[in-house]
Design a protein around this ligand. Structure first.
Ligand SMILES: Nc1ncnc2c1ncn2[C@@H]1O[C@H](COP(=O)(O)OP(=O)(O)OP(=O)(O)O)[C@@H](O)[C@H]1O
Ligand SMILES: [Mg+2]
Length: 173
């Protein structure tokens, strides 16, 4: 008997994408708070965007939404910073992959006081380093709408990869 044609079966990786425009740092932070509601222990969020795009600003919102301890700031002088949950949820591990040579497996050697599968891991500058480690990830790409650093508009593209994100409603219209 002939197997019915199934487009879903042809792609090993499912993706779900949403695009939106943010008009201010406050809106970017608000997006972080909204996305935090979707996040579960073990999730990986990869943030891409040029210097000053708003990756850390978004992470600040994620931290607020997750209810974690400590101000989310740029992790530039550490490879990773752990923010424990104040509400019995997953910790936020905020990683600056720019300083992480070998990818996320190198993080196992950092002796973080937390289990990665039980945390939400957010990686800035992770492109080319973390994809291989987790098929499942939420990739957030932030771009300035115009080149000027005075302009606060940003476009954001959210793409969920892998079974974890298949069919997840990002709920962002
Ligand atoms: N819509 C916006 N979203 C986020 N940040 C904005 C926006 N408009 C202006 N900004 C400003 O841009 C800067 C973004 O800084 P942030 O540290 O979040 O960027 P980043 O992408 O983490 O940079 P880096 O690559 O240095 O880590 C902040 O000063 C913020 O006030
Ligand atoms: Mg940053």
């Amino acid at each position: 008997m002939e197997t019915p044609h199934s487009p879903a079966a042809e792609t090993a990786t499912s993706t779900v994408t949403a695009r939106l425009t943010l008009h201010s740092p406050e809106e970017t932070q608000e997006l972080g708070r909204t996305l935090a509601k979707l996040l579960r222990p073990g999730d990986l969020v990869m943030l891409t965007g040029e210097l000053g795009a708003g990756k850390t600003t978004l992470t600040r919102g994620l931290g607020e939404g997750l209810g974690v301890r400590g101000a989310v700031t740029s992790p530039t002088f550490v490879i990773a910073r752990v923010h424990p949950s104040l509400v019995g949820g997953p910790a936020l591990v905020h990683v600056d992959a720019y300083r992480l040579g070998g990818g996320l497996d190198e993080m196992e050697d950092l002796d973080l006081d937390v289990s990665l599968p039980e945390s939400v891991v957010v990686v800035e500058w992770g492109e080319g380093k973390v994809e291989d480690l987790s098929e499942d990830r939420l990739h957030v790409v932030i771009h300035r709408v115009v080149g000027s650093t005075d302009d606060e508009r940003r476009t954001v593209t959210l793409t969920g990869y892998g079974a974890r994100w298949a069919g997840v409603d990002l709920g962002l219209g």
